[in-house]
Design a protein around this ligand. Sequence first.
Ligand SMILES: [Zn+2]
Length: 347
Amino acid sequence: MAQPTVMTVRGPVPADELGITLAHEHLFFRLDCYYSQAEDDPDGTFATGPITPDRLWWLRSHPFNSRVNLAQEDLATAVSEVEHYKAAGGSTIIDVTTVGISPNPAGLVAVSEHTGLHIVAGTGYYLATSYADHPATDQSTEELADEMRRALLEGMHGTDVRAGLMGELGVGNPPAPVELRVLAAAAQVQRELDCAINIHPAWYRAGAETAVQAVEAAGIEPRRTMISHLDVRFLDDLPAYKELARRGYWLSLDTFGREMYYPHANIQFPSDAQRIQVVLGLLEAGYGDRLLLAQDICFRTDLVCYGGHGYAHLLRTLRSRFLQSGVSAATFDSILTDNPRRFLCGE
Ligand SMILES: [Zn+2]
C-alpha cells in the first residue's frame, strides 16, 4: 500500500515525516475585520501608533483596538518567529489563514524554504464579515466548491501552491447565507477528496453549538473535521467537549498562551492551567485521540519579538507543565504528532 502523504505548500510529504505539528496557526495575517476603536483610546493613539513596550499591556488586553497589532505581513518576522518553534523541536505548522484574513501562499512557501519547516495551508473562507467585498459573497455553492477544489488540486489564489485542507471556515451566529454555502461546498469537496476541514465558530458556547449544527446540516464528516477555539468557547465545561468527541469531531484547544480578558467581546480567556485540566479530563475519558493543540498566533503582541508567547509556547513553556500535571511525555508528544497527522490524512 502506498505510504500516505500530506500536501504541504512545497508539495507532498510522507505523513510520518510531519513530526510535532501545530494544528491552528497564522504566519501572515490581517484581521482588519475585527478592528474597532476602544473607548479608552478616544484620539486613536493606540489604534494607529507603533507597538512599544509601554503599550504592550494595553494592546494585549485590547488586541482588536489597534490596526498595527492586527496585521503581520513581513517575511523576515515570520521566519524568525517560527525559528523559535523549530528550535524547540517543532516540525510542521498548519496555517489556516483563509479569505478575509489575508492568505499568503507564496509567503508560506518562502517561510518553509527559509526554515525547512513543513507548512500545510488551508483554503476557504473565514467569517463572512471579513470578506464582504469579495466576489465569493455572491457565488453559488458550485462555484465555491470549484474554488476550494482547485486550491487543493492545482493551487491557491493564482499560485501553484496547493492547500492541504479546507479552513478555517468561519461560521457566524447566526450563520450568513454565504457561510452556509461554503459549508455545503466544503462537504461536497470533502466527499470527493476525503480532506480535512477546520471550522471557526463564533464567540461563546452558543457560537460553537450553532457552528456544529450548521456543519451537520451541510453533511460534513465529523471524523474529518476539527472545531477550533473550543478552549475559549466551552471553557472548562468537560461534558460539552465530550459530547463533540463522542460525535467524532476533532477538539481543538488552540489558544494556549492567551489568558486575557477582552473588554470589547466581554470574554475572559481561560488560563493555561485550566486548559491543561480540560486536556487531563479528556484523556481520562478516553478522548486523547481526538485532541488538537495550538496557539492561534494572530496578533503581533503574540509574537516573541513583541514580548509574546509565540509559536514555541506549547513546547518551550508548557510541555514540562503538562508532564508535571501527570501527562506522560509519550502522550503529550503523541497528541502533537500522531493526532494532527491522523487529522490531515484520515485514520
Ligand atoms: Zn479562528
